[in-house]
Design a binder for this molecule. Structure first.
Ligand SMILES: [Zn+2]
Length: 450
């Protein structure tokens, strides 16, 4: 290898992270090395056994109050798809293992989770009359404990809130970890009010400046209704300004246009080879009008809009909306863009839409991609084509990890972008090998100064 390929930018940017969840995940049960439903159950049982037992209750009301304030069993990282028998544990067994506390065990992609009956009813998701496709049911119409997308988030947000002190400590933990990986700029891709509050505290205390990390936050769309109130609230969040705290800025808003590949909910132009009968081409989560409104709202506030779009249909929908809204160059970012139709590749450069991609996911997703869209593998992360169409690495095409979905080690994305597969695979055996880029180009996509 020549000297050129050894080049690394002096300052690295992590363009897609979830800072608070990354820190919090370090204190959750890690299911990433489980290989079966039985192993998941064992791991959850161990965590449950580590918590104090429930007292005896005088009334149902007393029991409910206890449940609401007590810690839940929280887990993350499950990769069901990698199991020989790719099934989550059934609800009866989850109930048997965690009978009296809340439970949420996330899949690695944070788009689905399993829970127990108590948590389902606590989150108002247990009713037989709810005909929500995100509440997965068995043949008899009974909930299986598996929740997807908004139903998973409804369950998650019904757990006892963690304190501001705890959130701040988790945020620090995450930023320390990201700084250790060499990042000086981190984009937080779905900050809610509590996340911003924790980031602001890290900034106010001068701690971010000491660490040398600056954070650019993209505000969660679900909370946009409260944007106006933020101007006056106690910790003086000012949009597009510095939150009154050095080292943190709100630079954008975030929306979700589709789901994920893992849940077969990423919205595709063609049906999945192994899709779900309820949504063979995945799920569209926002209408064309809603995407356009989000772009306009952000542009009017001087913000960028970051749109989560994994499938090629979702990517096209965002490009169409950016075109129709005449969004200024650089004001729209597409997050993930895991599949891009050939016809849409040149539109990024034409419209000035930024591609924010996470090649490191290829290292984990190769088998899933081969099962899900065997006829479209050539359209997976066409990074070579995007650069050749005029996108400048580090400015128009950005690399990130989506941590805590996968670890935030930049070397993983360098490997995936140059080898299109894991290190023990030949380039020719990778996914769309013709889309490989050079090591210098890959590092440039992490360049904070490009
Ligand atoms: Zn993300």
């Amino acid at each position: 290898m020549g000297e050129r390929s050894k080049w690394r930018p002096a300052r690295l940017r992590e363009a897609h992270a979830h800072i608070h969840p990354h820190g919090r995940s370090k204190s959750m049960v890690d299911l990433s090395d489980c290989r079966s439903a039985a192993e998941i159950l064992n791991r959850l049982a161990e965590a449950y056994a580590g918590l104090p037992p429930a007292p005896s209750f005088g009334s149902e009301e007393e029991r409910r109050r206890w449940f609401k304030s007590e810690p839940w069993v929280l887990a993350h990282g499950a990769r069901i798809e990698s199991f020989e028998d790719p099934e989550w544990p059934p609800l009866e067994e989850l109930d048997a293992i965690v009978p009296d506390r809340g439970l949420a065990a996330w899949s690695f992609d944070h788009h689905e989770l399993v829970t127990n009956s108590l948590s389902l009813s606590h989150a108002h998701l247990a009713s037989d009359t709810l005909r929500d496709p995100c509440i997965v049911r068995d043949a008899d119409g009974k909930p299986t404990g598996l929740l997807q997308e908004h139903a998973a988030h409804q369950l998650w947000s019904s757990r006892p809130e963690s304190s501001h002190e705890r959130a701040t400590a988790d945020t620090r933990l995450a930023i320390e970890d990201l700084a250790r990986h060499g990042f000086v700029e981190v984009h937080d891709l779905k900050s809610d009010v509590a996340d911003l509050h924790a980031l602001a505290t890290c900034g106010e205390e001068g701690w971010l400046r000491e660490t040398g990390v600056s954070v650019k936050a993209f505000y969660a769309h679900a909370d946009w209704g409260s944007l106006d109130e933020l101007e006056d609230n106690a910790w003086q969040i000012k949009l597009s300004k510095d939150l009154g705290a050095p080292g943190v800025r709100v630079v954008g808003g975030k929306i979700f246009v589709d789901g994920t590949l893992n849940g077969r909910t990423a919205w595709m132009l063609h049906p999945y080879a192994d899709g779900r009968p309820e949504h063979p081409e995945g799920m569209r989560l926002l209408s064309q009008e809603e995407i356009a409104n989000a772009i306009e709202a952000c542009v009017a506030s001087g913000l960028q809009l970051a749109a989560h779009a994994i499938g090629d249909a979702a990517v096209r929908a965002v490009l169409d909306a950016a075109e129709r809204a005449r969004a200024p160059r650089g004001s729209v970012r597409i997050e993930h863009a895991e599949l891009i139709d050939e016809a849409d590749v040149p539109r990024f450069a034409e419209l000035g839409v930024i591609a924010s991609v996470q090649p490191c996911h290829l290292l984990y997703d190769i088998e899933a991609l081969r099962r899900a869209c065997p006829d479209r593998l050539d359209r997976v992360l066409p990074i070579r084509e995007l650069i050749d169409s005029g996108l400048k690495p580090g400015r128009d095409i950005l690399f990130g990890s989506d941590t805590p979905i996968v670890r935030p080690d930049p070397e993983d994305s360098i490997l995936a972008a140059t080898n299109r597969g894991r290190s023990d695979m030949a380039l020719a055996d990778g996914i769309a090998p013709s889309q490989a880029i050079s090591e210098a180009e890959a590092w440039a996509c992490f360049d904070a100064d490009a």
